[in-house]
Design a protein around this ligand. Structure first.
Ligand code: PGA
Length: 234
């Protein structure tokens, strides 16, 4: 799909995204610049607190986040589903149990993102709404580090399902069936209200909304199909 005349869409495209967006934004930007080679993208990946700050200062063309901020005048466009799931290592004792009460997680070594992380805020909120709070066993400043720590058996955690597909398929991580999870959220592209978007940013936003989810599904299908099959399909 060509959303705009190629030659008219060029120049810088500055995007900032929360850390968990690093698993899919490069793929979406890659597909976009194949359509519009004159666009020069940049992607800053940082946590929610930093992204919020940048949004307030109008530093980027678009920011990508997992929850629309309250108290800032913004326009937000959901373009992708985002499920947060509880994960444990391959042979975790809770793996295979059904409907695990949230309360049972209080007995586990819980690995937590740093304060300022949107994922952490969502988890804290889930416990608060059940009148509980979870004390992190260990704090790690990156979702990738948490993933590796769970695989290593250091503890359990909550991660975005998009970030762990491969490891779940390989049997290195297990999704635990905890009540209240998966927590279903969305990814949003956000900009300050009334912002005049560049042609590149406006076209990228339209691309995310019309093509984003389907593109990532295609990529997933290609990576899980057999080499012979993907060859035929190409
Ligand atoms: P985070 O944000 O990378 O700061 O945890 C993710 C989110 O808000 O979904």
């Amino acid at each position: 799909l060509v959303l705009a005349v190629q030659g008219e869409v060029q120049g810088p495209l500055r995007v900032a995204g929360v850390t968990t967006s690093k698993y899919f934004m490069p793929h979406l930007l890659g597909a976009f610049v194949r359509l519009y080679p004159g666009v020069r993208p940049s992607l800053l990946v940082t946590n929610r607190a930093q992204v919020l700050q940048r949004l307030a200062e109008n530093r980027d063309d678009l920011v990508i986040m997992g929850q629309v901020p309250q108290g800032l005048a913004v326009e937000a466009f959901p373009f992708l589903d985002n499920s947060l799931v509880v994960v444990g290592w391959a042979d975790h004792p809770l793996a295979g149990r059904r409907n695990i009460p949230l309360r049972d997680l209080l007995q586990e070594r819980f690995l937590s993102r740093e304060p300022g992380s949107g994922t952490r805020a969502a988890i804290d909120q889930a416990f608060r709404s059940e009148k509980m709070s979870i004390e992190p066993y260990m704090e790690l400043g990156s979702s990738e580090a948490i993933k590796q720590a769970v695989i290593a058996g250091l503890g359990i955690s909550v991660l975005s399902a998009r970030n762990i597909r491969l490891e779940v398929e390989q049997g290195r991580l297990r999704i635990l069936d905890v009540c209240g999870f998966p927590m279903r959220r969305h990814w949003y592209a956000v900009h300050p209200k009334g912002k005049q978007l560049s042609r590149a940013a406006e076209t990228f936003l339209a691309f995310l909304r019309t093509e984003g989810a389907a593109l990532l599904e295609e990529k997933r299908d290609a990576s899980t199909s057999s080499p012979a099959k993907s060859k035929r399909g190409s």
